[in-house]
Design a binder for this molecule. Structure first.
Ligand SMILES: *[C@@H]1O[C@H](CO)[C@@H](O)[C@H](O)[C@H]1NC(C)=O
Ligand SMILES: *[C@@H]1O[C@H](CO)[C@@H](O)[C@H](O)[C@H]1NC(C)=O
Ligand SMILES: *[C@@H]1O[C@H](CO)[C@@H](O)[C@H](O)[C@H]1NC(C)=O
Ligand SMILES: *[C@@H]1O[C@H](CO)[C@@H](O)[C@H](O)[C@H]1NC(C)=O
Ligand SMILES: *[C@@H]1O[C@H](CO)[C@@H](O)[C@H](O)[C@H]1NC(C)=O
Ligand SMILES: *[C@@H]1O[C@H](CO)[C@@H](O)[C@H](O)[C@H]1NC(C)=O
Ligand SMILES: *[C@@H]1O[C@H](CO)[C@@H](O)[C@H](O)[C@H]1NC(C)=O
Ligand SMILES: *[C@@H]1O[C@H](CO)[C@@H](O)[C@H](O)[C@H]1NC(C)=O
Length: 330
């Protein structure tokens, strides 16, 4: 401690030699109201947040970021380690937060607190790789400026709240790797303004994908590893702009033969479904980086040309009667 103080002093002395009007004690940058709230958070985790030293400017604390001009705390990121118990509701009083991250905290439990709805400036919220439980709250819809919502890798249950579609600035929704049940909301085909990337994989979602999703230009859809069924043909079409699709490991059942895949498509994973028909000839016109249609009920010759023969047989195997390179000849 003595040593640390000494070096801080000698550092400021050194600086003062080169500055016209030296001041030994820098005025604290951190807003005092925000500092008080952060200390309340620290009180819930005295060991984990031991490094939050009250005699140091709170804008310099690990995981805390302040706005340069207003000095208000605009970002809080708690990342990794033994933060245990619930998200302290007092977080909701850090009212200038634009980014809130609780990530890779296996001992973070409980529900997502309603108090976060007070954070009206929030743009990014990431509560992921924790043990949060309870529902995906519909109250996220109150955070109108959200551009990024990540609740992946938790223990969340219940169904996906349709109200999320009221968020008009969302670039991505990550709800993957939870225990969500029910259907994909109809409202997810009614986002206005931005159309978010949807990551819903590794849940227990059931039913068919709402047709309404065919009305929007999505870029990324990952619905893999659920129990979804029915048709998906409306996701495709020559006038779409979708790029990455992972519908693998569900129970989708539809005829692939007449689907027109848009030129934008670069990655298509359909493995482990009940898709039938044949591979459309114009698949050869696409610039695929990834393709997997294995474990379905497809038949007929794999069209030749384009990128299709660049993939190995595991992209095509275990179908009803698909044939031709890279599978055995028809
Ligand atoms: C979480 O808590 C358990 C039980 O107290 C402990 O064994 C484990 O190490 C903790 N996890 C972390 C990341 O510290
Ligand atoms: C994690 O924190 C909890 C609660 O503060 C404590 O009981 C436990 O011993 C800690 N585990 C480790 C590995 O530090
Ligand atoms: C949730 O807690 C369990 C132990 O209770 C642990 O094995 C698991 O890794 C935790 N999940 C996450 C995402 O940290
Ligand atoms: C929401 O974002 C817009 C555009 O960035 C900004 O003008 C507005 O002040 C924000 N609203 C809040 C409550 O932060
Ligand atoms: C995860 O949720 C299940 C119920 O869905 C519960 O039994 C389990 O204890 C939860 N795990 C944690 C760490 O909260
Ligand atoms: C694509 O074209 C079809 C038929 O022309 C039309 O009904 C549909 O709304 C269009 N979809 C998009 C996303 O533009
Ligand atoms: C989707 O994108 C295509 C190509 O840019 C465009 O023609 C079509 O109108 C868009 N559809 C919607 C619903 O925005
Ligand atoms: C395609 O998916 C199957 C089933 O998961 C897997 O065994 C195979 O390795 C995958 N092939 C490629 C190229 O991704």
């Amino acid at each position: 401690m003595e040593m640390a103080l000494f070096s801080v002093l000698s550092l400021s002395l050194l600086i003062s030699l080169s500055l016209p009007s030296p001041s030994l004690s820098e005025p604290e940058h951190c807003n005092s109201e925000d500092k008080k709230l952060l200390l309340e958070i620290k009180a819930t985790q005295p060991e984990y947040l031991a490094s939050w030293n009250p005699s140091i400017d709170c804008c310099d604390w690990a995981g805390v970021e302040c706005d340069e001009t207003t000095s208000r705390v605009i970002a809080l990121a708690i990342f990794g380690g033994n933060f245990s118990g619930q998200i302290p509701p007092v977080v909701g009083n850090l009212k200038y937060l634009e980014s809130l991250v609780f990530r890779k905290l296996p001992n973070l439990t409980g529900k997502i607190p309603f108090a976060i709805t007070k954070l009206i400036h929030l743009k990014e919220i990431r509560l992921s790789w924790t043990n949060l439980s309870g529902p995906v709250p519909s109250f996220f819809a109150l955070l109108k400026n959200l551009t990024f919502l990540d609740l992946a890798f938790n223990n969340l249950t219940g169904s996906i709240p349709p109200e999320l579609a009221q968020l008009t600035n969302l670039g991505a929704i990550h709800l993957d790797r939870n225990k969500l049940t029910g259907t994909i909301p109809e409202s997810f085909g009614k986002f206005t303004r931005t159309v978010p990337d949807l990551y819903l994989s590794h849940n227990q979602l059931t039913g068919s994908v709402p047709k309404s999703l065919g009305n929007l230009n999505f870029t990324v859809l990952d619905f893999s590893r659920n129990q979804l069924s029915g048709d998906l043909s409306f996701i495709f079409g020559s006038n779409k702009t979708i790029q990455i699709v992972d519908f693998s490991r569900n129970m989708f059942e539809f005829d692939l033969s007449n689907i027109v895949f848009p030129a934008s498509l670069t990655s298509l994973d359909f493995n482990h479904n009940k898709i039938f028909g044949s591979l459309p000839a114009d698949l050869t016109a696409l610039n695929f980086q990834f393709l997997n249609v294995s474990y379905n009920r497809l038949c007929g010759a794999i069209p030749t040309g384009g990128k299709l023969q660049n993939f190995d047989l595991t992209s095509f195997f275990h179908n009803r009667c698909l044939c031709g390179a890279p599978l055995p000849v028809c």
